[in-house]
Design a protein around this ligand. Structure first.
Ligand code: HEM
Length: 293
C-alpha cells in the first residue's frame, strides 16, 4: 500500500506519480506543486504515463503527501485524512468553490451561479424551477437510501437532513400564493437519473454525491436561501432551510456515519469517491443556475 511505503519507496512513488495537491501547511514536506486544480478549476489527479507498478493507471494516480523529518517515521497523509474521510471530502469540495463563495475556494468564476450571490438577480419562476428540480433530486436520494441497494446505505436513513418533505410543503405554499408549479426540468432529471445509476453499482461515487448535496445545502445553500428570500420573497423563510432539531448535531451524526462507512474502503475506493466531487459540483451548479433563469 503506497501509504505504508518507507521513504525510499515513497520517493520512487513520487517520481512516478503526481498527486497534485498542496501539502498541508502544518506538515513539512517536498513541494509537490499546486496543480490540484486545473486552470478550469477542476480537480486533477494525474500520473505520469508509466503509472505505478502493481496498480492500474487510474489507481496509481493518487495522492501522496509526504511528511518526514530525518528522525521520525515517514507519514504520508491525504489532506484531511487525520480527521477522517469526511474531512478529505470537504477538502476537495472547498477547493471547488470560488474565492467569493468560501475563503478556501480556488476556482475561477465561469458560470453565472458562481458570481457573488449578493449580485444575483433571481426570479420567482426561476427559483420555483430550482426548488422543483431540487425536490426531484432529494426524492431520488431519499428513495435510494430507503431501498438500500448496498447495506451501508441503511446507515443514512432518517438522519434528519432529509429535504423532500420540506420541499413538498414549500411547493404547496407557492401554489397557495397562486403560482403554477412547473414540471422538473433537464438539470434535475439528468442528475436524478445519474444518482439512480451510480447508486446501484458504485457506492463510493454515490456517497460522494450524498455528502455534497446534503452538506452544501446546510452551508452555501442556506446563505443562498436567505439572500433570495430577501430579494424576491419578502424574507419568507422556506421549510427547505429549516431542520427539526439541532442542525450541527444532525450534521455531526452524519459525519460520524460517513467516516465509519469509509473506514472499510480501500485507498483506491476513497480516491474514487473524492474524484466524483467535480461531478457533484457540475450537476448541483446546473440546478442552482435555474434560480437565475
Ligand atoms: C453559489 C454557490 C455556493 C456558495 C455561495 C457556497 C458557499 C459555501 C460556504 C460559505 C461554505 C462554508 C465554508 C466554511 O465552512 O467555512 C460552504 C461549504 C460547503 N459547500 Fe458550498 N457553496 C456553493 C456551492 C456549493 C456546491 C455546488 C457544492 C457541491 C455540490 C458545495 C459543497 C459544499 C460542501 C461539501 C461544504 C462543506 C460543508 C461542511 O463542512 O459542513 N457548495 N459552501
Amino acid at each position: 500500500m503506497a501509504s505504508l511505503a518507507p521513504i525510499s519507496q515513497s520517493q520512487s512513488l513520487l517520481n512516478n506519480t503526481h498527486f497534485q495537491t498542496p501539502p498541508p501547511q502544518s506538515l513539512p514536506g517536498p513541494n509537490l506543486g499546486s496543480e490540484f486544480l486545473t486552470k478550469r478549476g477542476s480537480v486533477r489527479f494525474r500520473t505520469r504515463r508509466r503509472g505505478f507498478p502493481g496498480l492500474p493507471m487510474k489507481s496509481a494516480a493518487r495522492v501522496v503527501v509526504v511528511s518526514a523529518t530525518t528522525a521520525e517515521k515517514p507519514k504520508k497523509r491525504y489532506p484531511g485524512e487525520a480527521k477522517g474521510f469526511v474531512e478529505e471530502m470537504r477538502f476537495v469540495a472547498m477547493r471547488l468553490h470560488t474565492k467569493d463563495q468560501a475563503k478556501e475556494g480556488e476556482k475561477e468564476v465561469k458560470e453565472p451561479e458562481e458570481r457573488p450571490v449578493a449580485k444575483w438577480e433571481p426570479t420567482v419562476d426561476g427559483y420555483l424551477r430550482f426548488l422543483v428540480d431540487s425536490k426531484l433530486v432529494y426524492d431520488t436520494l431519499e428513495g435510494i437510501i430507503e431501498k438500500a441497494a448496498f447495506p451501508s446505505y441503511v446507515e443514512f436513513r432518517n438522519t434528519g437532513l432529509e429535504r423532500s418533505g420540506k420541499l413538498a410543503k414549500d411547493l404547496e405554499w407557492f401554489k397557495e400564493q397562486g403560482h403554477v408549479i412547473p414540471e422538473p426540468s433537464g438539470p434535475g432529471i439528468t442528475y436524478a437519473e445519474y444518482l439512480k445509476e451510480i447508486s446501484e453499482k458504485d457506492p463510493q461515487a454515490f456517497i460522494c454525491h450524498f455528502y455534497n448535496i446534503y452538506f452544501a445545502h446546510t452551508a452555501g445553500g442556506r446563505m443562498i436561501g436567505k439572500k433570495v428570500a430577501e430579494k424576491i420573497l419578502n424574507k419568507k423563510e422556506l421549510e427547505f432551510y429549516k431542520w427539526d432539531g439541532d442542525l450541527s448535531q444532525l450534521l455531526q451524526n452524519v459525519r460520524d456515519k460517513l467516516n465509519k462507512v469509509a473506514e472499510s474502503w480501500t485507498r483506491e475506493e476513497k480516491n474514487h469517491c473524492l474524484e466524483e466531487t467535480e461531478k457533484s459540483f457540475k450537476h448541483s451548479g446546473d440546478i442552482l443556475r435555474l434560480i437565475l433563469s
